[in-house]
Write a protein that binds this ligand. Structure first.
Ligand SMILES: *[C@@H]1O[C@H](CO)[C@@H](O)[C@H](O)[C@H]1NC(C)=O
Ligand SMILES: *[C@@H]1O[C@H](CO)[C@@H](O)[C@H](O)[C@H]1NC(C)=O
Ligand SMILES: *[C@@H]1O[C@H](CO)[C@@H](O)[C@H](O)[C@H]1NC(C)=O
Ligand SMILES: *[C@@H]1O[C@H](CO)[C@@H](O)[C@H](O)[C@H]1NC(C)=O
Ligand SMILES: *[C@@H]1O[C@H](CO)[C@@H](O)[C@H](O)[C@H]1NC(C)=O
Ligand SMILES: *[C@@H]1O[C@H](CO)[C@@H](O)[C@H](O)[C@H]1NC(C)=O
Length: 738
């Protein structure tokens, strides 16, 4: 009779020429070596999680990093005898595990573990229990593995197999010196792998805004969701050992075009049927929704959302990653490696030719890894951009591109280095149409693109400027050589010639921290004459707010220094603004006496108010506390359907707080009650969204104490019980509007 015990499959064993069959459980149990149960030692209190730096994952699964031993315990049907028993493990990942593809791994039992290979060793034996130490190579494929244990009794050849029902999750190991993603320094690892919140910068270089982003890579279900993202991609599991490959795939999968990736981009200002990109303040809901809905792209994202989700996925998989913001970021559409601006005979911009653009800011990612596929010296930070802009070999993705290669203009090194180079270091070339239809280069700006490249500092909330990692100092000889090297590989190799002498300059100045949302935007246009002659010039000014353009024309007689007050009244822009409240002013003109061309583009944003968050009461795990959120409407009109969202502190099941309408210049106070579920120094992040006003957010630091007085935290209870706590301590939200 077949055994009722599904864990045992009795097979015919061969010995010499005779075949033995074992049918009687009582008879075979004396001989058969079977696995009765497996303990993956995946509790927080077990060594595995702490040793592998995976104790922060809100999961009771075994999560380990490659290139490092982990331990498991087997409960056997009788004591293991090395002279007569054999035992090995098998691990399988992906839908079609194959030994040749390293997705089906056979792990032999050995006396001594060697580095670099899949092996297991018995480290402890106590009657029927054995503890195994299992080693994996640093090139192991990451992902979810199924474990099978096979035992054999040599005297009879009888074999049993035990399929364990829990999966094992294998991640990259930046703590391991031989892993391609190895990063030195505990502080750096704590920031770039283990920190689950961070700052994303936006705005313009003169008015850099910062928002706190909840990466949430350890939140419940996020690891599953990240692996689901990989499963939905075209890369087979066998390709998941190489971080270069994984990062490239993630860059393609975070955006929705051509592969039903995580986020759909939308820059139209109309976000019906989805969330406005400015309304998100973390990645958790996005990844959960994508997973829950079986891979349906989530609406909507813009660059900082694409970057925030990329940071979450890569940190979750174990690749050191950060979000990076570039100001005055060029988008080179024709691989010229220059940013070209075309004017007609009358110095009017030719819109249909001006497809290259300079964004006020653009956010992408840096991730850390060795590059054995490139010449030496190009490992370290690699730029990866998930915002869908241009296709790379037919797919919307970008990178990884070595920062060292970008800095030196080695744009022929993969992947997508020309594109990232142009974003940070292209020259802006102004062209004017001649009467015969050809174009002449009339002006070039060598410093217009790639400023204040910013990321959050290690171990603090400060902004650090990492522009020097992307390019040599502006104007230095090295920087010029890099630009000219890069351009030789572009589509317009002859751009660099004929410098133009200039004795008139035009600049734009901003008072204080710049114009505020809801008021008239004032700027000063300064025209300077540095010649010994008087100068006259016409000056066109044009301001663009996405689809909105207003044109003005000035006639200026220049003496020494002329300052023009330039005012954009609130009434003119109030219905035109979208999302970023950002405007771009283009000035252009020609000096009558010298025919010198004046050109300048300046972007600025209208500053939005902050949400103030004031925590009330003491913060203990499991204990209700509250926070007072206050906000003042800066606009002289009523805000309709205002919604506030709160996240952080491990809060779950968050509901948006519907505040409703807020009348002009009114104050709003919302008191939010909730129960923290995770101890430690945490951040509470809030954002406010409505049709008329976006990019309003705030953050509070809250130090949540471990609870010591609440009944269900018995230390004696097995720690899997700890996970039940987070499940039962559901967030309760109530709110009052003052
Ligand atoms: C953005 O979303 C709106 C509202 O759903 C939709 O009408 C529009 O086509 C979208 N734009 C793009 C470029 O997808
Ligand atoms: C993340 O970084 C911030 C700033 O350095 C710090 O306050 C916070 O405690 C860090 N969080 C974790 C989980 O390390
Ligand atoms: C444009 O104006 C900015 C200041 O607003 C100035 O820094 C920059 O040099 C100007 N560019 C040119 C080409 O004059
Ligand atoms: C102004 O002209 C002088 C003499 O021609 C020159 O040395 C100086 O660099 C010029 N300044 C600017 C800002 O162009
Ligand atoms: C600018 O124009 C004035 C008026 O013609 C002239 O006197 C002056 O020398 C010019 N140059 C400078 C640097 O002021
Ligand atoms: C709103 O609050 C600010 C400061 O908290 C205060 O100065 C202002 O007078 C208040 N406005 C109204 C309409 O209550």
């Amino acid at each position: 009779t077949d055994s009722a015990d599904s864990h045992r499959r009795y097979r015919a064993g061969r010995s010499s020429n005779s075949i033995f069959f074992f049918f009687s459980p009582s008879f075979s149990s004396e001989l058969t070596l079977a696995v009765r149960s497996v303990d993956l030692l995946s509790r927080k209190s077990d060594r595995n999680k702490a040793e592998h730096h995976t104790d922060q994952y809100n999961s009771d699964q075994l999560i380990i990093r490659r290139g490092q031993t982990f331990q498991i315990e087997l409960d056997l049907s009788r004591p293991f005898n090395p002279n007569t028993d054999k035992l090995h493990l098998e691990m399988k990942t992906g839908p079609l595990p194959q030994v040749s593809k390293r997705t089906h791994i056979i792990i032999p039992l050995v006396d001594e573990l060697q580095d670099e290979s899949w092996e297991a060793k018995i480290v402890e034996q106590n009657v029927n229990r054995v503890r195994l130490s299992v080693n994996s190579p640093i090139t192991a494929v990451i992902g979810k593995y199924k474990l099978t244990i096979t035992t054999q009794y040599l005297k009879t050849g009888e074999t049993t197999t035990h399929d364990h029902d829990k999966d094992i999750y294998m991640l990259f190991n930046p703590w391991c010196e031989d892993d391609m993603v190895y990063m030195e320094g505990e502080k750096e690892l704590k920031e770039y792998v283990l920190n689950d919140t961070g700052r994303i910068y936006y705005g313009t270089e003169k008015q850099i805004g910062a928002r706190t982003w909840n990466f949430g890579q350890f939140d419940e279900g996020i690891l599953e969701a990240c692996l689901f993202v990989l499963d939905n991609s075209e890369v087979p599991p066998s390709g998941r050992g190489d971080p270069v490959n994984v990062v490239r795939v993630v860059s393609a999968m975070i955006n929705s075009p051509d592969d039903l990736g995580v986020l759909e981009g939308n820059w139209s200002g109309n976000y019906a049927g989805g969330m406005s990109p400015t309304a998100w303040s973390g990645s958790v809901e996005i990844l959960r929704q994508y997973h829950r809905e079986g891979g349906k792209p989530v609406k909507y994202g813009q660059c900082w959302v694409f970057s925030g989700v990329t940071t979450t996925v890569l940190r979750c998989l174990g690749i050191p990653t950060r979000s990076v913001t570039n100001f005055q970021s060029a988008h080179d559409t024709d691989v010229s490696l220059t940013t070209d601006v075309y004017f007609d005979e009358n110095m009017e911009p030719i819109h249909h030719l001006n497809s290259d653009s300079v964004w006020n800011f653009h956010v992408w990612n840096d991730c850390w890894m060795a590059r054995p596929d490139l010449p030496a010296g190009l490992g370290g930070w690699q730029a990866v951009d998930s915002t869908p802009q241009e296709t790379s070999h037919g797919t919307f993705r970008c990178g990884p591109a070595s920062l060292a290669a970008i800095r030196t203009g080695q744009v022929y090194l993969k992947f997508d280095t020309p594109f990232v180079f142009a974003e940070v270091n292209s020259d802006k070339i102004y062209w004017q149409r001649n009467l015969d239809g050809t174009f002449s280069q009339i002006h070039s700006e060598k410093k217009a693109v790639g400023h204040c490249i910013s990321t959050k500092a290690v171990g603090s909330d400060e902004r650090v400027d990492i522009t020097n990692l992307y390019k040599y100092p502006e104007g230095s000889e090295e920087e010029r050589i890099a630009v000219e090297t890069a351009c030789r590989y572009g589509s317009k190799p002859d751009v660099y010639s004929s410098p133009i002498a200039e004795d008139v300059r035009v600049e734009v100045r901003m008072e204080g921290e710049g114009p505020r949302m809801g008021g008239d935007a004032q700027l000063k246009i300064v025209v300077k004459n540095n010649s010994s002659q008087p100068r006259r010039t016409t000056l066109h000014s044009q301001v663009a707010v996405m689809y909105y353009t207003g044109v003005k024309l000035f006639l200026v007689i220049l003496f020494k220094l002329k300052i023009l007050e330039w005012v954009l009244p609130y009434t003119q822009y109030q219905n035109q603004l979208v999302d970023q409240a950002a405007l771009m002013m283009t000035l252009s003109g020609r000096v009558s006496e010298t025919q010198q061309v004046l050109a300048n583009q300046t972007s600025f944003r209208l500053r939005t108010p902050d949400l103030n968050i004031e925590p009330i009461g003491e913060a203990y795990v499991g204990k209700e506390m509250s926070a007072k959120i206050t906000f003042t409407n800066p606009l002289p009109c009523t805000l309709r359907n205002v919604v506030i969202r709160v996240e952080g502190l491990g809060l779950r099941d968050l509901h948006p707080i519907k505040v409703g309408d807020v009348s002009k210049h009114a104050n709003v106070t919302v008191t939010e009650h909730f129960v923290p579920t995770i101890a430690g120094k945490r951040k509470l992040v809030a954002s406010l969204d409505c049709r008329q006003l976006t990019q309003v957010h705030g953050v509070a630091d809250i130090d949540v104490q471990e609870s010591h007085c609440i009944g269900w935290m018995h230390n004696s209870v097995v720690s899997s019980h700890n996970f039940a706590i987070t499940k039962t301590a559901n967030l309760q939200l109530r709110h009052f509007i003052a």
